[in-house]
Structure formats: structure tokens, C-alpha cells
Design a protein. Structure first.
Length: 277
């Protein structure tokens, strides 16, 4: 009798069926958008839907590239990547300082941070708009990037991960003569790397999907993001579903790529957070 083989129970079968059904429900809209972007108007508007394009065409993408779609996509990628990088850097340093440094006002600063997390973004949009206008950055990509750099949730998340760093290890490194920068780069970053990976995905997705902030800060066509560009196309060509689906499919590529690249760190980060909690 092989005791090492795990028996499949009815519970396992039910869970698997539920997971498969949920996966189909989540994947199907993406599948429909991607396949629809390769259909002609007749196939898209057919009474009997084509589950797979019988006569695939790239005409929707050709017409999409005739518009500044590449510039919109580049703007979205630039904004999301810069926001992700700057947020991860500042949040890692601030979270480490709040977790392991002792200074006057530390508790009050953390309280303000938690309170800032509870504020809806709509409440601070008007002050942010005034600030960006005063700095001469309104209607530029930096007007969307800079407000995300001090993301309170990112700092809070990295503080929780920094709490797991053994204080004895930091003291031993300092005794050996390491400075603050060397300690942060050689000890802190490797330990909190899963948290940075999770924060990178959170920041990228949040920035990519932050339609309202982009709508407030960006006006000119050359500075629009892919989300604003698709909304503009939808307003101008509300019946051209092929063109709209081509834009949506194009806009989904970067966010899926980022998730695939960082999913290992994201999983590790969520697991560490669950164990710590």
C-alpha cells in the first residue's frame, strides 16, 4: 500500500470545479476582446456570435495605429513604470525607517500615514490639481506620476515587511562598520524583496487603472494614456466595436506582462504577509 499517494476527496473535486468555472468567467471577457479585435464589423454584429473569427483581419489594428495609439500606449507604460519604480524606492526606504529607526514623532507620523490611507483619492484631487498647476506640470505625464510616489499604502506595506528584519542582524552589520546605505542595500533589500515585488504589481495596476486622476491631469491628445484614448475613441466611434476592442487588447498586454514577470515575488509577498499576520 502506497501511503505517499494522496487520495482525491469529494472536497478536492468540488474545489477544482469551482476554480475552473471561476477561471472561465474571468478569462472569457479577455478572450472575447482579443478575438473580437480580429473580426470585421459583420462578424462582430452577427446575430449568431462567432466564438472564433472565421476570417481574421488586422484592419482594426491598422486603423488603430493610424491614430496616436502608440503614443498613448507609450505614455501609459512610462507613467506606470516610473510610478512603480519611484514608489517602490521611496516606500522601501520610508517603511524601513518607520519600522527600525527610533526618532521623535515616529508614532505620530505613522498615525498620519494610516489616516491618509483612509482618505478617498477624490478628496485630494483638487489640491493635487492646484499643486501640479503651480509647479507647471499640469497636462504632463509627471502630473500623474508624482502624486503616486508617496503612496501611503505602499509605505505601510513595506513597514510591515521591514518589521520582519532581525534587529540583531542590523546591529551586527553596523558593528562591522557598514554605513546606512550599505546596510540598506545588502541586508534590508534582499529580505524585503518579496514585498517590493508585491508592491510593484499593486502600484503598476493601480496607476494603470487610475482613470480619474489621468482624466483630471491630462488634456492634450499627445499626453493621453491608452485608457483615455480608448474612452475618446468610444465617444467618437461608439459603434465601432472592432476598433475599441483592438485598443483594449493592446492596452492589456503591458499589465499582463508585468504580472507574469513579478508573480513569483507577488506570491511570496502575499504568503509572507499571511504568515506574519
Amino acid at each position: 500500500m502506497n501511503s505517499g499517494v494522496k487520495r482525491t476527496t469529494a472536497y478536492d473535486v468540488i474545489v477544482m470545479i469551482i476554480m475552473i468555472v471561476l477561471a472561465i468567467l474571468f478569462i472569457f471577457p479577455v478572450y472575447w476582446i482579443v478575438t473580437g479585435s480580429f473580426k470585421d464589423p459583420a462578424a462582430i454584429n452577427a446575430a449568431i456570435p462567432e466564438w472564433f473569427p472565421k476570417n481574421p483581419t488586422t484592419d482594426n489594428y491598422v486603423r488603430l495605429f493610424d491614430k496616436p495609439a502608440i503614443q498613448w500606449l507609450f505614455n501609459s507604460i512610462f507613467i506606470a513604470l516610473m510610478s512603480m519604480g519611484l514608489t517602490c524606492i521611496t516606500a522601501a526606504m520610508a517603511g524601513y525607517a518607520l519600522a527600525k529607526k527610533r526618532f521623535v514623532g515616529r508614532g505620530m507620523l505613522f498615525t498620519f500615514l494610516v489616516c491618509a490611507m483612509a482618505l478617498p483619492k477624490q478628496v485630494v484631487l483638487v489640491p493635487l490639481l492646484k499643486e501640479m498647476s503651480f509647479l507647471g506640470m499640469h497636462d504632463s505625464v509627471w502630473a500623474v506620476i508624482l502624486p503616486t510616489v508617496g503612496w501611503p499604502f505602499g509605505i505601510f506595506l513595506m513597514k510591515q515587511f521591514s518589521e520582519t528584519i532581525p534587529t540583531e542582524m542590523l546591529e551586527a552589520v553596523r558593528i562591522d562598520g557598514a554605513g546606512e546605505i550599505q546596510t540598506f542595500l545588502t541586508i534590508v533589500l534582499p529580505i524585503v524583496k518579496p514585498g517590493i515585488g508585491a508592491l510593484a504589481i499593486f502600484t503598476f495596476i493601480t496607476t494603470w487603472n487610475d482613470y480619474f486622476l489621468q482624466l483630471i491631469m491630462l488634456n492634450s491628445s499627445k499626453n493621453l494614456t491608452i485608457a483615455l484614448g480608448i474612452a475618446k475613441l468610444q465617444a467618437e466611434m461608439s459603434n465601432d466595436f472592432g476598433l475599441i476592442m483592438a485598443g483594449a487588447a493592446l492596452g492589456a498586454i503591458p499589465i499582463i506582462t508585468i504580472f507574469l514577470l513579478f508573480q513569483k515575488y507577488f506570491t511570496q509577498g502575499i504568503t509572507m504577509g499571511a504568515v506574519k499576520g
